[in-house]
Design a protein around this ligand. Structure first.
Ligand code: F6P
Length: 549
């Protein structure tokens, strides 16, 4: 088990980074690039089909060593081993966090309470394979004997974001004959729109819920059930249309889902780390089981790299430590994920949950309030669209938001010269963030346009772009299943490493519970009338509005 550590901000390694930041505070990246022609090669890494260029960061040759020293002082190698070997690193829920076991090689031996869990994982993959095959071959039919043409995945949070992102990312691998839809929100619009687009007799519902206790998922599943009954299915027919993925098989049975239609989840898999499990069924149904296994293979390659590569050459570690560098030493509160691939447009949302639910914490593993910043706001979107929207703030705003640019070398849709233009856009953005535009350059430009001296004086301050804004660029050949597995695993490990440095439990999420707890009495009072007079006036006022009082 990981031992108690000295207070983070009082370690000599932390202090060394503070001093180092002070030395670099007034150094411009333009100068760093000018002085070191090898910067791109020096600060580049490859792993599992991905190439990381981290040269456009506010670092010099000593920074990686200092960051690696902090990681070592925080016992990262020991923590990493504890995760891979199944120690109960989720210390508030007394469980391991073994999403890596879900993509482990079949001959690996990973033990939980003395039992090797790999055979059960492999058996579940085999069950998924046979189920997916039945659906694809048309052997799994609806209540009128039709083959299933549509799958509706009902789940929220980690039981939704990962599968949705992955099916979207790998759209070019979609199999003919089956369409996948997602329902997450308890806003009735979500399920209404989906149900309006499918036929009851050929629709398979996947109830995706680790706990099988999530209100949104259960209410939507009940509604789907009723929709089938209203369409003419009998109670007995429902078994043909419902499959569950859950760690709470009893609750799924009580809901009416047949024993053989329940796929297991395990308490040692966190929701936001679960797309590799049977929660990935929508992915496998959409892309085929062969492609699902390719995703696992890609993730495993990143796992092996993360477990074995020395810290300064370790991609998740380098990316995580650069994040620490900015959050803790440059006061960055946000981090942008900018995907230059239309199919990856859902990736920022998945990484947002992954990172913010994992490291949005205010006490350390021992329950002490931390005296340093932890997880930043993760946000982002797809380029080039973002360039015509929020990139302005990145270039000239007062907020420091380091960014990850993510782009394939080749497009799945190589039309005209689009991909070269997209690639140029991506490079010009990270270049602009890095170099900016000096006042002298701005003035020269304006003068060249023939403006008067007075006009130049007025406009120049608006045209200055400070630059020196950090970014990483992640490049890969094409968004294949292997690449996507590696990419998502990369960010999982990046999140884990930061959690280790901040001494957090990255695998619980107690903060989201309060809203759920308070939601129950509010819902009751919206229906029955306001009974809790001690409630705050805002909540009461808004409840009255809802009740039309
Ligand atoms: O409310 C947050 C959360 O607990 C997430 O961590 C989880 O992924 C999601 O809800 C869904 O939970 P479940 O899979 O148990 O329905």
């Amino acid at each position: 088990m990981v031992q108690v550590r000295p207070p983070l901000t009082r370690t000599p390694e932390w202090q060394a980074l503070r001093d180092h930041q002070a030395r670099l505070a007034n150094v411009h990246m333009r100068t760093l690039f000018r002085e070191d022609r090898e910067r791109f090669h020096r600060f580049s890494l490859t792993a599992a089909g991905l190439q990381l260029d981290y040269s456009k960061n506010r670092i010099d040759r000593t920074t990686p060593e200092l960051l690696a020293a902090l990681a070592t002082a925080c016992r990262l190698p020991e923590a990493r081993e504890a995760m891979f070997t199944g120690e109960a690193i989720n210390n508030t829920e007394h469980r391991p966090a073994l999403h890596t076991a879900l993509r482990a090689a079949p001959d690996q031996d990973i033990r939980v309470d003395g039992t090797n869990i790999v055979p059960e994982i492999q058996a579940t993959l085999d069950r998924m394979e046979s189920f997916v095959g039945q659906v694809h071959r048309g052997e799994r039919t609806g209540y009128r004997g039709d083959r299933m043409t549509d799958v509706v995945s009902i789940g929220i949070g980690g039981s939704y974001l990962g599968p949705r992102m992955m099916t979207e990312a790998l759209t070019p691998y979609t199999r003919d004959g089956i369409r996948c839809h997602y329902v997450a929100n308890i806003d009735g619009t979500d399920i209404s729109e989906v149900l309006a687009s499918v036929r009851p007799e050929s629709t398979l519902f996947l109830v995706q819920s680790k706990s099988f206790g999530t209100q949104e998922t259960l209410e939507n599943s009940q509604l789907a059930r009723q929709w089938l009954l209203d369409a003419g299915a009998t109670e007995a027919d429902l078994a043909r249309h419902f499959v569950a993925v859950t760690a709470n098989a009893d609750a799924a049975h009580r809901f009416g889902i047949a024993e053989e239609a329940v796929f297991p989840m395990w308490d040692w898999v966190g929701g936001r780390y679960s797309l590799w499990s049977a929660i990935g069924l929508p992915i496998a149904l959409t892309l085929g089981m062969d492609n699902f296994r390719r995703i696992l293979t890609g993730a495993r390659a990143m796992d092996e790299h993360f477990r074995e590569a020395p810290l300064p050459e370790n991609m998740p570690v380098v990316m995580a430590m650069l994040g620490i560098w900015y959050v803790n030493f440059w006061h960055a509160d946000t981090h942008a994920v900018l995907t230059y691939d239309e199919y990856l447009k859902e990736l920022p949302a998945h990484l947002q949950q992954l990172d913010m639910e994992s490291n949005g914490k205010r006490v350390d593993r021992e329950g002490h309030a931390v005296d340093y910043a932890t997880g930043p706001v993760i946000w982002g979107g797809v380029g080039a669209n973002g360039q015509h929207a929020y990139h302005q703030l990145l270039h000239q705003g007062t907020v420091l938001s380091p960014a990850d640019f993510i782009i394939p070398l080749k497009s799945h849709n190589p039309v005209a010269s689009h991909h070269a233009t997209l690639f140029a856009n991506c490079l010009s953005q990270s270049q602009a963030l890095m170099q900016g535009k000096t006042e002298a350059e701005a003035r020269k430009e304006l003068e060249a346009q023939g403006l008067t001296a007075e006009e130049v004086d007025k406009l120049a301050p608006h045209k200055v772009i400070p630059g020196n804004k950090p970014s990483n660029t992640l490049v890969f050949d094409k968004a294949t299943p292997e690449v996507m597995g590696a990419l998502v695993a990369l960010y999982e490990h990046r999140t884990f490493v930061q959690g280790v440095i901040w001494n957090l439990n990255s695998f619980d999420q107690w903060g989201v519970e309060l809203g759920k707890q308070l939601g129950k009495p509010i819902l009751q009072q919206l229906g029955d009338g306001i009974s809790d007079e001690a409630l705050d006036s805002s909540t009461v006022g808004l409840m009255r509005l809802f009740r039309g009082e």
